[in-house]
Design a protein around this ligand. Structure first.
Ligand code: HEM
Length: 404
């Protein structure tokens, strides 16, 4: 068992340079040798780390675990998340029954049917961005050209953030999830975004449109059910959660496919069902949420044969769970035909990703269009020269220079 403090590496650990799509080697070793064991965090605390698929799902579905960041044992996986947790309470930091009430306010807006209705709009957006890319310089950075604008424009449209606010929004949302571990800078960005959204809630209240913030302004703020700040906090969660996640999946997923040309060919030549399958496989294979799900035990519980005491912190590792060989055969192989939809890349249980239907539509449209429209797409630099975001909240590539 790897519980002695001297043997404990600090979480999160960097992925290996030679296989940048795989989980950190130390995490994979833990899954094999000590699947439920202690890990050290940046602040010296040593919560439990849970790495196997069944244990991960069991913890995430267990009502005896909490997301209450105010509990002394709650694991703060970096300084920025600790500062944000102290300052702002979103859905992600609420337990039932408060969580159920707040989440219900949003579920209708993110239903599959609603997101499917957005598909033509997202297709139009992606087609336009590819037109611009083809008309511009070659090579180009795919992160700037496609990966960032698609989710940013989609979530801004859904929420009702006006076009003029989008450049500002991209800048502050980026500052919130960057990997420089600077809480002061992240807090300043968060405050700027809150002020902007407070103002927007007032504008939506005065002149409602057909968007999520207008609906919340009219139904919740105008009636006194929610304060302006509560609505803008919800808006901030959606903007941040819906932006960098999907952006990293677009760029990193493309890098992974370019590194596996047979898989890329299958996606390019396959129909919509295969593209949808490839999205699930890439979500499984890449598991981009790096700070992982964080919980604290409300009662004593047994996980994978180990006793976790009331008050202990738990870090739930989805990147290893998604590579668990007892669930996914040859887990380290990217195989776009595999049945992978039961992955935990969107989490599991009560806090499972609210925006997953939107993310799926965006990824399906991008993967289903980009390689078909640009069949000669290739990396403009060797894979080894890409810079990977080892210490960011979401894993990804900083730039993806491509040519065609
Ligand atoms: C590929 C893209 C995405 C990935 C990999 C992803 C991943 C996740 C994960 C793992 C969680 C659970 C966290 C936990 O259990 O503590 C989560 C929660 C959440 N996600 Fe996503 N997400 C993505 C896209 C989106 C989008 C597009 C939106 C919204 C527009 C969104 C909104 C949310 C929200 C609001 C929560 C909190 C749900 C709750 O606590 O009840 N996500 N996401």
């Amino acid at each position: 068992m790897t519980d002695a403090p001297s043997e404990m590496p600090t979480f999160p650990m960097a992925r290996a340079a030679q296989c940048p799509f795989d989980p950190a080697p130390e995490l994979s070793r833990r899954m094999e040798e000590a699947p439920v064991s202690r890990v050290r965090l940046w602040d010296g605390t040593t919560p439990w780390m849970v790495t196997r698929y069944e244990d991960v799902r069991a913890v995430l579905a267990d009502p005896r675990v909490s997301v209450d960041v105010a509990q002394p044992g709650f694991p703060h996986t970096n300084a920025v998340s600790k500062a944000r947790d102290a300052q702002m309470k979103t859905l992600m930091q609420m337990d039932a029954p408060e969580h159920i009430t707040q989440r219900r306010l949003m579920t209708a807006d993110f239903m599959i049917k609603k997101m499917e209705a957005l598909r033509p709009r997202i297709q139009h957006l992606v087609d336009g961005l590819i037109d611009e890319m083809l008309a511009g310089p070659n090579p180009v950075d795919l992160v700037e050209a496609i990966a960032l604008p698609v989710p940013s424009l989609a979530i801004c449209e859904l929420l009702g953030v006006p076009y003029t606010g989008r450049a500002f929004f991209q800048r502050v949302a980026g500052a919130l999830v960057m990997d420089q571990h600077d809480p002061a800078q992240a807090m300043a960005a968060s405050e700027e975004l809150s002020d902007y959204l407070d103002d927007l809630v007032d504008k939506k209240n005065a002149e409602p449109g057909d968007d999520v913030l207008s609906r919340l302004a009219v139904e919740q703020y105008r009636t006194g059910a929610m304060t302006r700040r509560e609505i803008s906090t919800m808006g901030q969660l959606l903007l941040v959660a819906g932006h960098d996640t999907t952006a990293n999946m677009i760029a990193l997923g493309t890098a992974a496919l370019l590194a596996n040309p047979e898989q890329l060919n299958a996606v390019r030549d396959g129909g919509p069902a295969l593209v949808a399958n490839a999205v699930e496989e890439l979500l499984r294979y890449l598991s981009i949420t790096h700070t992982e799900a964080r919980r604290v035990a409300r009662e004593d519980l047994e996980v994978g044969g180990r006793l976790i005491r009331k008050g202990d912190g738990i870090v739930v590792v989805k990147s290893t769970a998604n590579r668990d060989p007892s669930v996914f055969a040859d887990p380290d192989v990217l195989e776009v035909h595999r049945e992978a939809r039961h992955h935990v890349a969107f989490g599991y249980g009560a806090h499972q990703c609210l925006g997953q239907a939107l993310a799926r539509v965006e990824l399906q449209v991008v993967y289903g269009t980009l390689y078909r429209r640009i069949p000669t797409l290739a990396l403009a630099v060797p894979l080894e020269q890409l810079t990977f975001k080892h210490h960011a909240v979401f894993y990804g590539v900083r730039e993806l220079p491509v040519t065609w």
